[in-house]
Unconditional design. Sequence first.
Length: 274
Amino acid sequence: MKTATSTKLIYVYGFVPSSEVTEGNLESFVGFDEEHLIYTLEHQGITAIACKLNDEHYSEDTLEKKTEDMKWLHEKALHHHETLKKLNKEYTLLPLHFCTVFKSEENVKEKMSSVNKELSKLFKELVGKEEWTLKIYSDEKQLKPYVEENNKDIKTKSEEIKSLPKGRQYFERKKLDRLLQEKISEEKKRLSKEIHEELSALTSKSGIKRNWNKKVTGRREEMSWNSVYLIKEGDVKRFLDEVEKVGEKYTTYGLQLEATGPWPCYYFAKVEGE
């Protein structure tokens, strides 16, 4: 293992309750710089999971340049995420954003002091719970016949067009196609919201996130919904069973449900001023 000339900077992955950290229960593995081991830093009942960094190689200016290298960025972001997943299995974890770097251990402790009440409150809210996400994908070709048959505006417009001269029908059908697309989008959102509300009743908290485009998902279908839930560990099976049941019910509308987790609490464990 290389020896760095300076290790003033501190990379922090997240915070955990000190009461959950016992001697030797933190797996020893190499940290962000692939040189220094991950270690714990305790202060006022809160423990930071951290690793030291060489300030020559990881200063703010140097990091800014490194993040322009997509290969480096991908590798380090993956390391950060995989580390959080490991920690999440062992502790009630409040994860911090990728590349959260402090100038010294004293700065980390100052931060822990300034948000101690907030962190303690979050730990109480999150203990014994898991964060799960639900993504809903929609097949518009399958949803289109349902909208054509059940949307009043579409049916009325279709009947009106039949009575028009053929020349005018062409232009009106173009308008109808645009209206149909609007109604399909509205119906996707309505059905997805309906599913979300039904599942939210089984959870402690829920939230709605921004949809991903096809370039990100790599799927043919559009993502029509992206939500997140905080679930008691004992209720997870019930939640997943309900997702499967609801998924079968809504498949006739061209909707596909995908629940994944448990994840580190990225959504429900935000630390102010991180």
